[in-house]
Every structure is written in structure tokens, then in C-alpha cells.
Design a protein. Structure first.
Length: 136
């Protein structure tokens, strides 16, 4: 019975949709990430370009207080690793969201208006230009 139950649920830990979307909104470890992502995704460069961009925005580790449990996150080459408690990087129980799923979810959230505020969306292009000018 245990083998059957484990085969039906591939991960010992499951994060809620709300918690996952909150993580995408606030857990990048990059300042102004929502505006940066909104500006980049508005260019419609395609999935592979979006994935490479997201790998640069989401980096390191992150902890978040969820609806039910606290969980930890590790951003890696294969995707976002999420686990209950304080470790996700090397845990066999981590749930992994591949970057293509992350990119698609962010696109859905941008389309539905749940990823960033209207102000952030309106200011995204100008913010990107300001960032480029500061580098020069």
C-alpha cells in the first residue's frame, strides 16, 4: 500500500498554488525582479530566452512562510526546488518545478494581472531603460 501511495504522489511535500505564486512574486533574491521580469517577458523572445533570464533573476536560496507550513527554496539549473522546513537544496523530498513550467506560470500570472501591480507593469519599460543607462 505504501508503494502504491508513493507512486500516486511523486513528492513527499506539496506546495499550494498560492504559496508557489507568492514565491514567484517575492522570492527571487533580486531587487525589482517583478518589473525586470515584466519588461523581459513583454519582448516575446520565447521560452528558451525566458528560461535563461529567469535563471539569472532567481538565484540562491529562499525561505517563506506558507499558508500551512514554512518552506525553503533552492534555485538550481534544473528548476526551483521546494521543500518543507529549512533545506531544499540537497533534499530528496524536494518538489522540483522545471524552468519551463516556471516561465509558463509567470506568463499566465502576467496575463491574468496577478504577477505584478499595475504600477510595476506600467513602469517596467522605463525601469529597464534606467537600468541600462546606469550601466553606461
Amino acid at each position: 500500500m505504501i508503494d502504491e501511495a508513493e507512486s500516486e504522489q511523486p513528492f513527499a511535500f506539496s506546495v499550494s498554488e498560492t504559496d508557489f505564486e507568492n514565491l514567484l512574486r517575492i522570492g527571487s533574491n533580486t531587487s525589482n525582479s517583478r518589473m525586470m521580469i515584466a519588461a523581459e517577458f513583454s519582448k516575446n523572445k520565447g521560452l528558451e530566452s525566458n528560461i535563461e533570464f529567469l535563471k539569472g533573476i532567481y538565484h540562491g536560496g529562499y525561505g517563506i512562510k506558507g499558508e500551512v507550513d514554512d518552506f525553503s527554496v533552492w534555485f538550481d539549473d534544473d528548476g526551483i526546488h521546494i521543500n518543507r522546513g529549512t533545506t531544499a537544496r540537497y533534499s530528496q523530498n524536494s518538489q522540483v518545478y522545471p524552468w519551463n513550467e516556471v516561465s509558463e506560470r509567470i506568463e499566465q500570472m502576467l496575463s491574468s494581472g496577478t504577477f505584478a501591480s499595475n504600477v510595476e507593469l506600467d513602469e517596467a519599460a522605463g525601469f529597464e531603460k534606467q537600468q541600462i543607462s546606469q550601466k553606461l
